[in-house]
Design a protein around this ligand. Structure first.
Ligand code: ARG
Length: 459
């Protein structure tokens, strides 16, 4: 078994079962580009430091260019016998360029190599995800702007509470996704550190220049402790935590879309290209996309738990356990990427039913708090006003109408301070206009917030 990197010591070949059990090439081959990028930076540094010759470096570059072509063309032959992406690429390199290929691994271990590859790969993915978060925010801002003056019932406990503008409601999600982007930017700082040079665990006796490799790879610095560099995956865990939160935000939005689309609400329509039919019920249009996103949130949260659990029992330094970091991490990236992409598009395909939203707000006495506030401004203590309005709501309920539909004398029977100007206060629009406090739902605020977010996205 000459193909194995450590075989001289072994008296018999590895069992096929073990080979399959320990191999990761089936999934870690997606790291190939980062693997080659890291190897090229390492090789260039080895040459600068006089550890390998200029010819070796030229050979390595030529071989890696060829391997890149082969992989891109789908012609590279991945071998399970070679266990993982690192050994596959290195073996092919040696096949192509001979001794120079065998010199590449000088002063390096797969332990610092894989940690570097995962970081480089994840850094690129974080940049892609951040761009998608901005796209989703921009779609939500468009939707908010188009429906800035639409009023919907705001809920607490899923009971009608107070009117809010639909734009304000969308801006709540813009805030959430903005924090998700901030979290990713923050995680990126700790992802973007160089493990190479830590070698297996203790560092190396070759005079490596780690700083220059970090610079060449666009990293913000090196990992300062070799044991830590090869063994911790906290960067992957915190990325997955940030991804989980982003999915949780998508999931809350999904829940609302599903609810709003149901016949009992009828608040929105989702464009047909984002809905699915039923194989038995001809009338159906189902919100499968938001439902799946809600479901996939559980899957990503599961990956977070998997990674934390993977890490918690590991003594320093590298352990093979860490090979299990990849599938949860990869699937987290894939799931979040696909979800953000589809939501950015789907949110642009939503039509809002203004009448249904406003009718629902009226049915639920959404302006009852406004009547209490009105009485407070006329001198009644808030607790007394609260009680007066409860009586008025009860009367309106009995008559099957909204507070704003009670005639003035009826309202005055509850409190003599009530005058004609109460009807402006009891209107949905009056209620919105009144909430001018910073962060409130007043239309002017909403317009200003849309502009603020647009500037943030542009900047
Ligand atoms: N495939 C391995 C991983 O993903 C690479 C590092 C292997 N190192 C080792 N000493 N077996 O972690």
């Amino acid at each position: 078994h000459k193909s194995q990197a450590w075989s001289a010591l072994f008296s018999e070949p590895m069992s096929d079962l073990v080979k399959r059990y320990t191999a990761s090439v089936g999934f870690d081959q997606r790291l190939w580009r980062a693997d080659i990028q890291g190897s090229l930076a390492h090789a260039a540094m080895l040459q600068r430091q006089g550890i390998i010759g200029a010819e070796d470096l030229a050979d390595i570059r030529r071989g890696m260019a060829r391997i890149t072509q082969e992989i891109e063309a789908g012609q590279f032959e991945w071998k399970l016998d070679l266990e993982d992406v690192h050994l596959n690429v290195e073996a092919r390199l040696t096949q192509l360029v001979g001794d120079a290929g065998k010199r590449l691994h000088t002063g390096r271990s797969r332990n610092d190599q894989v940690a570097t590859d995962v970081r480089l790969w994840l850094r690129g993915e974080i940049d892609g995800l951040s761009a998608l978060l901005r796209e989703l925010q921009s779609a939500l801002l468009d939707l908010a702007e188009q429906n800035a003056d639409v009023v919907l019932p705001g809920f607490t406990h899923l009971q009608v509470a107070q009117p809010v503008s639909f734009g304000h409601h969308m801006l709540a999600y813009v805030e959430m996704f903005g924090r998700d982007a901030e979290r990713l930017a923050d995680v990126r700082k700790r992802v973007n550190r160089l493990p190479l040079g830590a070698a297996a665990l203790a560092g190396t006796s070759y005079p490596l220049d780690r700083q220059s490799v970090a610079r060449e790879l666009g990293m913000d610095g090196i990992c300062h402790n070799s044991l830590d560099a090869v063994s911790d995956r906290d960067f992957a865990i915190e990325f997955t935590a940030a991804a989980t939160l982003a999915m949780v935000h998508v999931s809350r939005l999904s829940e609302e879309l599903v609810l709003w689309m149901s016949q009992n609400f009828g608040f929105i329509r989702i464009a047909d290209r984002f809905t699915t039919g039923s194989s038995i019920m001809p009338q159906k249009k189902n919100p499968d996309v938001p439902e799946l996103a809600r479901g996939k949130t559980g899957r990503v949260a599961g990956h977070l738990v998997a990674l934390v659990t993977l890490m918690k029992g590991q003594p320093l330094a590298y352990n093979k356990d860490n090979q299990e970091d990849k599938e949860p991490l990869f699937d987290t990236v894939d799931t979040l990427r696909d979800t953000l992409r589809i939501f950015a598009e789907m949110m642009r395909g939503i039509t809002v039913n203004r009448d249904a939203m406003e009718a629902a707000a009226r049915r639920g006495f959404a302006t009852a708090t406004d009547l209490a506030d009105y009485l407070v401004k006329k001198g009644l203590p808030f607790r007394d006003a609260h009680e007066v309005v409860a009586h008025a709501v009860k009367a309106a309920q009995q008559q099957g109408c909204d507070l704003s539909e009670l005639p003035l004398p009826a309202l005055q029977a509850f409190d003599g301070r009530i005058e004609q100007d109460v009807y402006e206060v009891l209107s949905l629009r009056g209620s919105l206009e009144a909430r001018r406090v910073a962060g409130g739902t007043a239309p002017d605020n909403v317009r200003a917030e849309i502009a603020r977010h647009r500037a943030l996205l542009a900047g």
